[in-house]
Design a protein around this ligand. Sequence first.
Ligand code: AMP
Length: 602
Amino acid sequence: MDKVVGIDLGTTNSCVCLYESGVAHVIPNAEGSRTTPSMVAFTPDGQRLVGNIAKRQAIANPQNTVFATKRLMGRKFKTPEVQRMQMTAPFKIASSDNGDAAVTVHGKRYSPPEIGAFVLRALKESAQEYTEATIKDAVVAVPAYFDDAQRQATRDAGRLAGLNVLRIINEPTAAALAYGIGAESSGTIAVYDLGGGTFDISILDFSGGVFQVKATHGDTFLGGEDIDARLMDTLIASFLSETNIDLRKDPVALQRLKDAAERAKIELSTVDETEISLPFLTADASGPKHLRRLLHRSELEALTQDLIIQTIAHCEEALTGAGVTIEQITDVLLVGGMTKMPLVQRTVAEFFGRQPNRSVNPDEAVAVGAAIQAAILSGDVGEVVLLDVNPLSLGIETAGGVMTKLIPRNVTVPVSVTEIFTTSEDYQPLVNIHVLQGERPLAADNTSLARFELVGIPPALRGVPKIEVTFSIDANGILSVDARDLGTKKEQSLRVRATSGLTEQAIERILSEAEQYQESDRLHVEMAELRRRLAGLIYTTERSLAESANYLTESELAQIRVDLEEGRRATESADMARMANALRELEKSAFRITEVMYKDLA
Ligand code: AMP
């Protein structure tokens, strides 16, 4: 089999690795660096630059140098996260025709997968040079919380780069593989991954070479970029008060400041104090203006502590989701460049009550793990099995606007679940399958992933047709849905392409709303159930009335008609007490009909 590489397509930096004969080879790029900035620049003379050279010229060409586009992957332009990024990005973020976020450079629009593809292509070329072979296949890692649209976008990026993405692996799972955990031992580990743009915490069980992700949590908009932005805000504010010049209006100054802020942050991981010095940063009528400032590690920590603390709430959620206590955690792995920050290491150690494992370079762990997964797929490594979980429940909308879950959250993937549904109206020629993702009981409160129709159902009374619906999540976390009319064997299937990407904030919101609205949701579900029962009883009463009208007295007939009419009105109301009462009264009428129907048989 051809060589298969493992790729970490990071928000800030990317890394490619080949695992051969039990050794991980992190492949250096053309400049000799083991990681490559996920940056793409377009020069005025039409050249496209990727990686270190793109980063180096960013100061002189800020509007045409794009970075952190992983944050835009599979997202709509209008989402608050994209709007937020637009405020600080020196390049232009625009909406594509379908509403997806895109970037515009020199008047040309590029989708996030296209930008990702430029980076992937550069990594592929480095790998080809290193191995002196053609590289066609790759395993690409994505944040565990990436939803369907984001995974698809990543796969698209691979295709655009001429790479066949054999498998999409979750970053924390890859990290666990890189730390070499799982071969003989067993335990429960926490993978704390804080990178340039995203935070992920995952709890994994491993035993006898089998990994199982028990729960994942995180934030796709929390990372080193936010730490840098905090520091930049402070520098901009003090510069404004000293000089009355707003650096936000100057893209070149902004880019220099961003660079300096990141450099200072990185230096403060190893030294206590650093100097930020930006001569000739800008100028006004009075002459050139310089920025010079000493920054102590404690200042940076005070400025950014609340961001780091936010990660701990996610750790708590993940532990709860996995049903494990801190004491049951046997190892804590650090992944992502930001985990080199001493404040991060301290915060993690305090929360978990143990020193985290730092035996693997956190910048390379994900790529190394992806490469091990690649080796597993090509048969070079045999004894490790990977099991991931589905991060949010998946289901369909059923009668009364209720979400019926087929696959609950945190179920191990790959998984396939089949259930039989039926029609809710007589002679219904088609069924509308509305695929949903989320934790709330009512369909309208969850995210709509897709809709499709199963047509050509032969005329039948409601409840008679049998529609088999199968949800399958593959090893990449991508959902496909099949619906089959068991009568006609007619089948419809689709690979779900989400109409819009679910943001991490949206996932967070969905989960916290599910808790917050538990009581009102319960009432809504009860109401939907009551309405369904009442509508069902009206239906059967009407049918049996037509057959038994001759055996009923005028006054009985009148009463039944009154009860039916009140039943119909009650189903249209939002009044549960009225519905319950109408149901009780109609039941009496229904019993009366049954009595006369069976009277002669008694
Ligand atoms: P990643 O996405 O894992 O490549 O992480 C990149 C992030 O880690 C960027 O925000 C970097 O500025 C940050 N980073 C890299 N090295 C260090 C370091 N030594 N100390 C603090 N942050 C770092």
